[in-house]
Design a protein around this ligand. Sequence first.
Ligand SMILES: [Zn+2]
Length: 254
Amino acid sequence: MRAFFNGIGFFESHVHTNFSDGTNYRLVIQTAIKRGTNVLAITDHNTTRGYVHARSYTKKYCKKTGKDLLIIPAQETETDKGDVLIYGLEETIPKKTDLETTIDLAHEQGAVVVLAHPHNLLLTYLMLKMIRNYKFDGVETFSFLYPNIINRRIHSLMIQFPHLFKLIGEDAHFWWEVGWYHNILELQDLDIDSVIKALKQNKIKYRRKNMPWPYNIKFIVNAYHVGPYSNAGFGNLLKVVMKLDRRKKINEMK
Ligand SMILES: [Zn+2]
């Protein structure tokens, strides 16, 4: 039986799984539900495979536990001008497609396109120019990858674009980073169309919980996948630790 839905979506908008550079999708889903998420976008890099697997696992898991979680078809796509998040798409959009075509292909499918973490475009004027020149639907203003002082700056800069909806996203690459940031949506129903509609209506509230120690070292830890040090020793060491931890968790679940 489906759990009672009260019309409020706690939407987590930026999460990776093992189908790109994240951690086990089952742990991601269980953690999200535990921390109050009822709408989750699996935004793996250049693929919707994570979404497909997450959807079927969630169906079984929710049936067993009596919980409710809607998985939104999504992907984070690499374009010639950086990463964009796409929500509500039906078919995967290939990576390295130019930005304009990516946005058009997404819109043809009824999906919405969000500029992902514009924080790393160091030159603000280039970022603003890009937002003016392309038909984005939204922009991610808060990202766990960056300290809050930068997040707040980006959020206030974006106020000059009232037509764009703003999302806060964790860019979670580890299952324990899931469930701290929620975009709060008023939904007619717990389904994909209602979520896309609510985003387009641009009436979003936010709930940010501060990550307690040791989770809050995220933006330092994440240096491992940012920039030229992506395969440096620290990152690889961390991956080994994560793998061992994951194995332990999966064994516990059995
Ligand atoms: Zn990401």
